[in-house]
Each structure stands twice: as C-alpha cells, then as structure tokens.
Design a protein around this ligand. Structure first.
Ligand code: SAM
Length: 261
C-alpha cells in the first residue's frame, strides 16, 4: 500500500468517469504522450487504453517509480526526475501531448518554466493540465477583474487557454481541500515577439507589485516617464494594473526592450 506524500503534492485521481473524461479531451491514438507526475499510474492506465504511439512519464518519487516499473514494464518510458530540472524542448522526436495532474505546490512554477523556455517551434501539441480551481481562475482571468494578474499575462502570451471542467475533491485520494480545474493550452500561431521572456516577468512584477495603486509609479520606474510610449500605447496612468489588457502588456515589454537595446 502506497502512502501519499504531502510534500510531493500527492493526491491520486481515483474517479473512473473523470479519468475517462480527461483522456477524451485530446486525441491520444498514435500520438506521443508525456505525463507529468503519474503517481500510482491511474491516469497512465487510461491513456494506454487509447493506444498512444509512445508514452513518457516524469515522476520524481523513487518509490512510485519502482511501482510504475513493476506495473507497466516496457509499456511506458519512465524519467525518474524533477520536472522543474528537465529541459523538455529537445527531449522528444515528435511533438507531444502533455497530461498532468500537477502537484499543486509547484503547478504555476512548472507552467511558467515551460512558457519562459518556449522557442518558436513548440515542443508540444497541447497541454492538458489540472490546477486547483483558484489558480486556474487566475490563469484564465480577463482584464478588469480581480483575478487578472501576472499569471494571466504570462500564461496567455504564447498559449490559447480554455477551461474544460472542474473536479470535486471526492474524485481524489487523499481528498484535497479544494476544487480542481482542468485547462487545455494550445500554441498560438501569432503572438507578440518579445526577445527575452524574463523581461515579461520583470515588467509584470513591477506593475503588479502594488496592484491597488495607480500605474504612474511603476511606469516611471521602468520608462522614466517616457511620454512617447504612453501616447503610442494609449495608456492612462491613473488606471490600476488590472485595467491594462494583455496586448498592451506585451507591447509594453517590447517598448522596454527597445529602450534598453
Ligand atoms: N497523476 C496522478 C493521479 O492523477 O493520480 C498523481 C498526481 S499527484 C497530484 C502529483 C504527482 O506528481 C505525484 O505522483 C508526485 O510524486 C509527482 N511530483 C511531485 N513533484 C514532482 C516533481 N517536481 N517532478 C516530477 N513529479 C513530481
């Protein structure tokens, strides 16, 4: 009997209907699949039923890795590593479809890492990921809402995101305290070119440092009050950070890069 480790965010999905529903979100047959954090292999078994071309899994827990090896033999390729330390961009021959019931304590870190490291040729077809609902709501938040912030801006830069469904705590063992949401992320064909994605992190960090205050102070800190940028992007400095739409943030980062080049 495997004891779930809280430190590794282990809540195993046990509801058969939900497991089936997740594997119906994207085409699996003949595609290469990457699963993040397979745990006891519940979702892995459902993925295998749909006949993927190949399936890779990344699992940090050594005990669970041994268990997965016994359970699946050569049916899956196990990478016994920390997903945060892996560079997925050159790991696979084919574009992969990613499934992940992510450990909630590092879910946003995993997503940010992927987005920041993305090259123009995407290494995945789509990402089907489970988050705690509160985090999913921040990822898909529209501007002018209280959930809108850095996570929404960074996530939506190169990815089109859709919510698929919510999952009740009862679907997991051990039962988490919160509701979960499944999101699907597709590569965008067109997105605003930013040379260094860390500038997107930096600019949004400075703007959202004090989310209730007017834009004047962070703007001056980054652009030294440059009126040309304000006019070009039609920004009203009496607004709050959440009142600026996604595109304007990406354009602001481009202007910031131009200023520094
Ligand atoms: N997918 C399984 C399921 O739905 O039943 C388990 C999901 S559980 C929420 C998260 C899984 O991610 C666990 O198996 C845990 O050991 C693994 N994990 C936690 N941190 C990890 C990391 N940094 N790298 C890779 N796997 C990790």
């Amino acid at each position: 009997m495997i004891k779930a480790k809280k430190s590794l965010g282990q809540n195993f999905l046990i509801d058969k209907n939900i497991l089936e529903k997740i594997t119906n979100i994207a085409k699996i047959e003949n595609n290469t699949i990457l699963e993040i954090g397979p745990g006891t292999g519940n979702l892995t078994s459902y993925i295998l039923k749909k006949k993927p071309k190949k399936i890779y899994v990344i699992e940090k827990d050594n005990e669970l890795t041994i268990n997965l090896q016994k359970k699946f033999n050569n049916e899956i390729t196990i990478i016994n590593e920390d997903v945060l330390k892996i560079d997925e961009t050159n790991l696979f021959k084919d574009k992969v479809t990613v499934f992940g019931n992510l450990p909630y304590n590092i879910s946003t870190e995993i997503l940010s890492k992927w987005i920041i490291n993305l090259k123009d040729n995407f290494w995945f077809e789509c990402l089907i990921l489970m988050f705690q609902k509160e985090v999913a709501d921040r990822i898909i938040a529209e501007f002018n809402t209280s959930n809108y912030g850095r996570l929404s801006i960074i996530s939506n830069w190169k990815l089109k995101i859709k919510k698929v469904f919510d999952i009740k705590p009862e679907a997991f063992s051990p039962k988490p305290k919160v509701i979960s949401s499944v999101l699907i992320f597709y590569p965008k064909k067109n997105f605003i070119k930013i040379d260094n994605p860390y500038n997107l992190e930096k600019v949004t960090r400075i703007f959202f440092n004090q989310r209730r205050k007017m834009l004047k102070k962070p703007f001056n800190q980054l652009f030294n009050g440059d009126q040309k940028v304000l006019n070009k992007l039609k920004i009203d400095l009496t607004l709050r950070p959440q009142n600026i739409n996604l595109e304007t943030y990406y354009n602001l980062v481009c202007e910031y890069e131009k200023l520094r080049s």
